[in-house]
Ligand binder design. Structure first.
Ligand SMILES: NC(=O)c1ccc[n+]([C@@H]2O[C@H](COP(=O)([O-])OP(=O)(O)OC[C@H]3O[C@@H](n4cnc5c(N)ncnc54)[C@H](OP(=O)(O)O)[C@@H]3O)[C@@H](O)[C@H]2O)c1
Length: 322
């Protein structure tokens, strides 16, 4: 039986269970995808803990995971832009961590053959979020841009995308991530008390734009440093948006298959790296969320539903219709 991560009550990672579920059937305009990998994201924990129960209630048994990559396994009526066996990148809130998912064909993006499933899957979530945040602050050549939590999932991609626009990028991180940020062409500055002073030293000419992916006072720091509100974007601090009128562009504002395709093309060309810190089998989903909820992940933690060594055989099985 196909597996799917489910939870039947609000709580911590311990409420996550692997259920056996029927294989879903694609309807008209839909595609059945055999999921190869599905990343974990810290925001998913909030929904599972019931923090957002008033606005986004769970419907038990609720699924978990948003982004995924895998193979087209069956086509619904009227789908003619995919073929069985095609490698695709997708986004399905609260559903992605499952052996099979059904997605509207219109929101699936072809995966370039030369990028890994691990690099591809996060593009539809943290990749698109980073794209939105960078686009919101319009970095230009000559600008100095700060990215908070620059070693994290959104931050590591946002820092690279801002560099691709010609900006000099300063990233905040702990000391253990300083060399990692340098490897991305980003100047590291330690987060925590005294951040504004350290940023003044790192950027004596001033800071033009600020991409906040962590909250907890980063927008206040940006305002203190004289960054214009229209060139500050936060995806993690609604209070600061209300107080300062800064921008809050995020995944849901720009998601489209063309943005995912552009990101995948950048990875394919070697211009963008998706750092993967850990790949865990689906059975370790609780551990994966325990790790991501510590908020010190470098890049992404990804759940593997089909182990790498079995992927060629799985692709052949799907293509042969077995
Ligand atoms: N609305 C949307 O579209 C959307 C989409 C995706 C994410 N989000 C939100 O965006 C935020 C970032 O998500 P993510 O997946 O990038 O997170 P993440 O990968 O879990 O971020 C981890 C990073 O945070 C850094 N960090 C820890 N403490 C910090 C501090 N005090 N100051 C600055 N950085 C610190 C860590 O660096 P060190 O280990 O070096 O400390 C680590 O690299 C989350 O709040 C998430 O919910 C929103």
């Amino acid at each position: 039986m196909p597996r799917a991560v489910k939870f039947t009550r609000y709580g911590g990672p311990e409420v996550l269970e692997i259920h056996e579920v029927p294989r879903p059937q694609p309807g008209p305009g839909e595609v059945l995808v055999r999921v190869a990998v599905a990343p974990v994201n810290p925001g998913e924990a909030g929904i599972r803990q019931g923090v957002f129960a008033d606005i986004w209630p769970a419907h038990f048994p609720e699924g978990q995971g948003n982004d995924f990559a895998g193979w087209v396994a069956a086509l619904g009526e009227g789908v003619d832009d995919f073929t069985i066996g095609d490698e695709v990148i997708g986004y399905l809130p609260r559903a992605a961590q499952a052996d099979y998912v059904v997605s509207p064909a219109a929101i699936l993006t072809p995966k370039p053959a030369d990028i890994t499933f691990e690099s591809a899957a996060p593009l539809s979530a943290v990749g698109v979020t980073a794209w939105a945040a960078v686009d919101a602050v319009r970095p230009e050549p000559g600008d100095t841009v700060v990215v908070s939590a620059a070693a994290g999932g959104v931050g590591s991609l946002g820092a690279q995308l801002a560099r691709l626009r010609g900006a000099t990028v300063i990233g905040t991180a702990g000391p253990h991530n300083a060399d990692f940020l340098r490897s991305l062409g980003v100047t590291p500055v330690e987060h925590g008390p005294g951040l504004a002073d350290r940023l003044r030293v790192a950027a004596p000419q001033g800071i033009d734009a600020y991409i906040d992916t962590f909250g907890q006072g980063n927008v206040d720091t940006a305002i203190t440093l004289g960054v214009k509100p229209r060139r500050i974007n936060t995806i993690a601090d609604g209070r600061a948006v209300a107080r300062w009128g800064v921008r809050s562009e995020a995944q849901e504002d720009v998601f489209s298959r063309s943005v995912v395709a552009e990101l995948a093309d950048l990875v394919s060309k070697g211009l963008l790296t998706v750092p993967i810190s850990t790949v865990l089998p689906l059975e370790q989903v609780q551990d994966a969320y325990r790790q991501v909820q510590r908020r010190h992940t470098r890049g992404k933690i990804v759940l593997s539903l089909v182990p790498e060594e079995e992927r060629s055989a799985e692709a052949a099985r799907i293509t042969s219709g077995l």
